[in-house]
Design a binder for this molecule. Structure first.
Ligand SMILES: Cc1cc2nc3c(=O)[nH]c(=O)nc-3n(C[C@H](O)[C@H](O)[C@H](O)COP(=O)(O)OP(=O)(O)OC[C@H]3O[C@@H](n4cnc5c(N)ncnc54)[C@H](O)[C@@H]3O)c2cc1C
Ligand code: SF4
Ligand code: SF4
Length: 670
């Protein structure tokens, strides 16, 4: 096939007045044509009927916080740079239905995979796609299609998209593709590429689909003078952008500067308006919105664009992990230019400059990179956005990911505290039953958002979930009675490294509802008791009535082969045990942790304090494991909510060793 492309890849000539022939061939193939057109004072992408809709004779100017359409003397159709919209608007639309939930007489049902294409997308042909946009599509392809989880909706849309690229001739002052190694030359990822001259187009093909389309046009080969003029077009665009920035140190520079004063300085100007993320062709963060009929018996889960600049984006029950604008700007810039490399093996920025032009505060990422990321003006070999990363992407736990919600039955429930219930669920789903201690599921009911919930016990015929009513979804789950059903997807994430316990002393520390994900680990300790050294369990709760699994803990405390110590922050009238925070339980401990492995779960501050105490007792950072809570919409690394530095907590964790987390564990606002 490659030979077929090569043999037909003689550049052809398409006269300017015959551009409609190309559009007609694409339309005859059943495609809707998306191309640039002038609307509301900008060159936007929209459905076009023919070449007459293209912005002939119009150009554009852009600078930080400013964009204008201009009028030129000639009638070329593509002599403009990128406007506010990119093909992302169609390949990854702002709203897409992903799941249908129904309450039926047989229980709740969730149809389709998550996400799924509904309805099947119309095949599209994009005309006028720039080199930076092709690079952005390639980046999104990697995020959505290269797993472990795959976005089915994106896959369907991309599979049917035909890309007619155009070589850039007139970059604006906000373009910096030369610094990101993505342009201006179109080199890869297109079906057909055009270079526009005054009287026509040089046409080249880049895929078998492109060969078919261009063959149907029966064009003559382009002549030598046209080819020379075409080369000059692209060379002119490159020259116009000036020297590329030196991006050599930016990957390390940004990650090494979480406390740089530049973050606070830019936050003084940033409105946290989200514009930059919405215009960016690679940003992929989403949330799921539930739309239901009045009685909640039918609901549609809709994936919608979200932004790391929204305050609620990183919110969990205890508050937001990024409460300050400075935290959110740092997350965005560091992700784009640094941690994206760790996660996906490329930059997350293609240098299109949209975020600069469309920022109402006129914030220019290039200036922020110079201040904070150590970016210099000296031309240097560039990081190629499509080149392999020097290090493999960070994903720790690849493997196939359960895509669909399965219906599970509530066999019974136990009240743990005033607001916390344990649901005993029955299922025959082999994947769920084969989960590991520390893994979680997404649990949902029609009309409620899906909540990540740790598995608090594995049984041969099902599993337990211990749920605190923190909001509407978790409240609805805690109210389920025997015989009801719910939807569960999982098991997800990386669990506790149970094998690390063999031959070692084991220290388990839980704060409050943090005991839930540790309970399967305690079960594993009991099952493997003879293969372990000392087993010590330290439990803290706010008050005696906030303690979980009280009877079970009581039985554990009676065993001679396990030490259990408990404390509460505030005692009640009937509490005769210890009072104080959980770290105080270690005050009188005499054990030596050099052959111990520790597992900790609780509020993040409690885990930080506990880790310090464990370290002082000899348990090194690579033998201390914590499980983290972050906001999660999808649970499989596609929604972007749970990022912590280079990690997606949902798929790289939620269990991490302190050695893996490094400073990310203790840096505020990450
Ligand atoms: C890996 C993981 C395991 C978890 N395991 C358990 C568990 O075993 N038991 C348990 O009771 N809770 C657990 N949680 C927390 C639980 O997911 C949230 O309390 C729940 O999502 C809140 O949803 P809601 O709709 O009821 O409340 P909402 O009204 O949506 O939110 C209530 C509060 O919780 C925050 N929140 C919303 N969504 C999330 C989210 N996805 N993650 C965290 N906080 C959120 C909100 O910002 C708000 O402050 C876990 C969270 C994670 C990330
Ligand atoms: S970060 Fe800015 S310049 Fe980079 S791809 Fe996104 S919008 Fe374009
Ligand atoms: S950097 Fe600009 S566009 Fe982005 S959130 Fe801040 S003010 Fe809005």
């Amino acid at each position: 096939m490659a030979q077929a492309i090569a043999s037909t890849n003689v550049p052809r000539w398409l006269p300017a007045d015959q551009l409609d022939r190309l559009i007609d061939v694409l339309r005859a193939d059943g495609r809707t044509i998306i191309g640039p057109t002038v609307r509301d004072g900008a060159i936007v992408l929209a459905e076009i009927q023919g070449a007459a809709d293209l912005p002939a004779g119009r150009g554009d100017e852009a600078s930080p916080g400013r964009y204008r359409v201009t009028q030129r003397e000639d009638s070329r159709r593509f002599d403009h740079a990128v406007g506010p919209m990119s093909p992302k608007r169609w390949t990854f639309p702002p709203r897409a239905p992903i799941r249908l939930g129904r309450r039926t007489s047989a229980g709740v049902r969730f149809s389709g995979v998550d996400p799924r294409p509904t309805p099947r997308p119309t095949p599209l042909a994009f005309i006028g796609v720039r080199a930076c946009e092709l690079a952005a599509i390639k980046i999104q392809d990697h995020v959505f299609l290269d797993g472990p989880a795959v976005d089915g909706d994106y896959r369907a849309r991309r599979a049917s998209a035909f890309l007619v690229a155009v070589e850039c001739a007139t970059p604006t002052s906000t373009c910096f593709c030369t610094s990101m190694g993505t342009g201006p030359e179109v080199t890869t990822g297109f079906d057909v590429v055009l270079t526009e001259l005054d009287d026509g187009f040089i046409v080249r093909v880049g895929s078998p689909a492109g060969v078919t389309v261009v063959d149907a046009l029966s064009l003559s080969p382009a002549d030598g003078s046209a080819m020379k003029a075409a080369e000059a077009v692209v060379a002119g665009a490159r020259d116009a952008m000036g020297s590329p920035m030196n991006m050599e140190n930016v990957h390390e520079g940004l990650q090494a500067s979480p406390e740089h004063p530049g973050w606070a300085a830019v936050a003084e100007r940033c409105l946290s308006c989200t514009n930059c993320t919405l215009v960016c062709p690679t940003c992929f963060c989403t949330s799921v919105v539930e739309r239901s009929d009045l009685d909640g018996s039918i609901s549609t889960s809709e994936r919608t664009w979200d932004s790391c600049f929204n305050e609620g984006f990183a919110k969990v029950a205890g508050g937001s992990f990024r409460p300050l604008v400075k935290d959110r700007y740092r997350q965005w810039l560091t992700h784009k230019f640094s941690t994206w490399w760790d996660q996906f093996g490329s930059s997350g920025c293609v240098g299109c400059g949209r975020c600069i032009a469309w920022c109402p505060a006129g914030i220019d990422v290039r200036e922020e990179l110079a201040v904070i990321g150590g970016v210099g003006p000296v031309p240097m070999p560039q990081l190629s956005v499509v080149a392999a990363a020097t290090e493999a992407p960070v994903t720790i736990s690849p493997g196939s990911v359960p895509a669909a919600f399965v219906t599970v039955h509530v066999d019974g429930s136990s009240r743990e505290t005033a607001d916390t219930m344990t649901l005993h669920l029955n299922t025959t789903d082999r994947r769920l039953l084969a989960g590991r201690p520390g893994q979680f599921v997404m649990a949902t009911l029609p009309a409620f958002s899906a909540a990540p919930i740790s598995i608090s016990r594995f049984r041969s015929d099902g599993l337990d979930l211990t749920i605190r009513a923190a909001g509407p979804a978790t409240r609805a789950l805690t109210e389920l009675e025997r015989g009801s059903t719910l939807g569960v997807r999982g098991p997800l994430g990386r669990g506790w490294p149970v094998e690390e316990m063999t031959g070692r002393d084991v220290v388990i520390v839980a704060g409050g509802v943090g005991l839930a994900p540790l309970r399967p680990l305690i079960d594993a300790c009991l099952a493997e008791r003879d293969a372990l050294g000392a087993v010590r369990i330290y439990l803290g709760a706010r008050t005696p009535t906030d303690r979980l699994f009280v009877e079970e803990v009581g039985r554990l405390a009676l065993r001679m082969d396990i030490e259990v110590e408990e404390t509460v922050d505030r005692a009640g009238p009937v509490w005769l045990g210890r009072v104080g925070i959980v770290t105080q339980l270690f005050d009188h401990a005499t054990w030596d942790g050099r052959n111990a492995v520790a597992f900790v779960c609780g509020p993040e501050r409690m885990m930080q304090a506990t880790s310090e105490v464990l370290f002082s007792r000899g348990i090194d950072v690579d033998r201390t494991w914590v499980t983290l809570e972050r906001n999660m919409s999808c649970g499989v690394g596609l929604c972007g909510h749970c990022q912590l530095g280079k990690f997606f907590v949902c798929k790289d964790g939620p269990v991490f060793s302190l050695a893996e987390l490094g400073p990310a564990f203790t840096t505020d606002g990450l």
